[in-house]
Design a protein around this ligand. Sequence first.
Ligand code: HEM
Length: 538
Amino acid sequence: QRNFVPLTIDGWFCKVPPGPVCWPLIGARGVDPIYSWITFTEWAKRYGGIFGLFLGSEYTVVLSDINLIRSALSKPSFEGRPLGTISRSLFRGKGLGFADGKLYREQRKFAVNTLHHLAVNSCQSDNPDDTTGLHEIYAALVDDFASTNGEPLDPMHFLQKASVLVSCDLAHKGVVKPDDPIVEDIITLYKPLFSINVSTGLLNIHPWLKHFPPYRQSYQLMQKAVDHGRGIAGKLVEQGRTLREKRAQVNQEKTLFDYASAFDRKMLSVSEEKSFTEEQLIAAAAELVMAGEEDIHAMMYWLVLFMCMYPDIQERAQNVLDELVGPTRQPSLRDNGNLDYIEAIVMESLRFSNFVPFPLPRRTTEDVQFSGFRIPKDTVVITNAYAVHFDEELWGDPNVFRPERFVDNMEKFRASRNAIAFGAGRRVCAGETFAKVQMTLLLSTILHNFTLNFAEGTNPPNIRQDIVAGLGKAKAHTINFAPLTSTQETRTQSRCTEYFLQSWYPSRTRFAQPGVDVRQQISEAKFKGLHKEQLKIM
Ligand code: HEM
């Protein structure tokens, strides 16, 4: 609190950004404990696109203007992460998202290059024998939904499973299979962590609360989750190494390439960079799986809800898939880059759901002169993405769900500099490309096989109120996943059936007898303990 008096006085003379009256230790009063982004948006109207306040004893600057946000976040002096927060103490400065200084800079460069390469590279191969295993994961998702036989369900668990699998595929390729019990472990693991709001949550504003009940228990649970997650990552790293060795022994040509193996190679190379250690590998791998699992499934849930809320948009997306993919195959990595309308739905959903009201907070690493104000070293910097994503001047009709705003006249995807769900500038989300590719393909897979609608008696979400703390998560809903059938004009055959044939039985003509319930055949085969290979020769 040593800065409280001088900064308050500087505030009166407009040397630091203006802002609300603050009190020692407590900071600003009147911040909504759940919907703090709404309070900050109101205050931005009063004090401007940049204002300052104390949150607890932490001096904080809030940016709500897109030009100021883009300009600040691209400066090296804004690239730190806050020092005293819970997240920082939980992750102990290792990994990526909450690391700082030299370790962060070395790791960031490696992470961005590797993750981009992995996301783009995996898009170039679409061979069913390919070790990426992604086609198997999409197949398992359709399998899961189809197994409900059209009964309404809360899709959360299936989406979580798919998200864990795609994230493990990125970090530890080929190691975790859809029926691996570790999938369930990971799903339950990170729940406690994502119940906190890392920008304005009480525990982050007053980290000392972690020593007192009931916060002590939540803190301990979170610490346990991080440690357990790293324990799992350690095992998966080892299993990945064993798998690669085995493949090398049988001369399998394709090397498995994933984050962990790229990191291993980096550790072996002679390098000045000292942060490439086993401990950092495990921390980073655990974080990638955590980020992937949580972010992707939570966003997929919103995507499913929006498809139920806007059936016209759902139908347009299905028509696009009919045209691009057609009824005889499933969407796959080779379609990436052509699914412009689906990508637009993903981007509009990220905006409209207020999924990330505040991208992760930053910290100034030195005294900065910015937009006419002095911002002292170690100031916490929060960007109010909600204010930007619902700014009428930027979007015209921000309260309307309209994916078309992300496509141009030629129906091609059009990025917007006002969309900042992945953050911006120097620490923009390292998994952005991967996340977009995966969400686009997972949504395409679902829409290519099912029509979604709310189950009877289920109300659509109230976007502004139904958001649960932490990431902008949606509340649970019950949804019908109706398999697309031959009764629909453009579809000659049930896509579910197509899917099963394709994934379980590549030379599918042998099974494709009209009127035969292939799903039943396959479940019977599974019941009898037959494997895919045996099915092939049946
Ligand atoms: C819906 C999906 C996702 C959203 C909306 C999202 C959003 C974000 C945001 C807002 C940040 C902070 C950026 C900043 O400080 O400016 C971030 C950081 C990060 N994200 Fe994501 N993310 C998503 C998925 C993923 C996935 C799938 C991965 C990993 C595979 C990932 C890995 C990371 C990492 C490593 C950072 C830390 C970057 C750094 O501090 O340098 N994210 N993400």
